[in-house]
Design a protein around this ligand. Sequence first.
Ligand code: PGA
Length: 253
Amino acid sequence: MTYMKRKIIVANWKMNPKTSREAVSLARAVDKSIGSIKKAEVILAPPFLYLDCVGKVIRFAKLCAQDAFWERAGAFTGEISPLQLRSSGVSCVIVGHSERRALGEDDEVINKKLKSSLECGLRVVFCVGEEEKKQEISFPPLVRRELHHGIRKVKKNLLRNLIVAYEPVWAVGTKNADTPKNIYEMSALIRRELHLMFGARIASHIPVLYGGSIDTKNAALFVGEGNVDGLLVGGASLIAKKFINIVKETSRP
Ligand code: PGA
């Protein structure tokens, strides 16, 4: 386990909920319950449209965007820049999520987004993960490629704001959860790769999270036996009670 004491639990709401009223009430419920939990850092990633109203009702949770463009301003219809996110109270952004990769984002686009977001002062939750369930212990070449291409040419001093999320694509949104053993192996392989890329000092400060079909039953097990620094939670983060339980379970002393 790396130096971190507090577990990082990110709620990826994806394109949910249906109304801003529901978003506010979900954020309120979560925020109210996590104030007393000192061992977890909770980060909420609502859709862009709700960042403002969610930001207004949270005191303890941090605000995260689900995407950011790489340019800072200009004629880019429909895009949102990392600077605009910063000025709206957002401190974090998810980059490289498999659902965005499936929509056509390649390593080059992901690298531009990651670099620009870090340069603008955002923390980046950078997702990597193999598509098919792997049989052997070796490091899937795809995950190695995603790591190397995604974090290419990033200034070393910006890496303190990098968080890597291991999200095997076959486990995302499928209820087909991973095993603690695989999470343990993969998080170790990812840390080793980061070590080879950036050296021990920098690598040991990069948190490695797990994401994919997390629920109240597997969360604590995956964090404990999987030896990760936190979780990226999709579906289960939309039900306040479930998500709060996940935060509580994983941040026990
Ligand atoms: P899930 O999603 O928890 O619904 O599998 C995880 C994610 O997409 O980050």
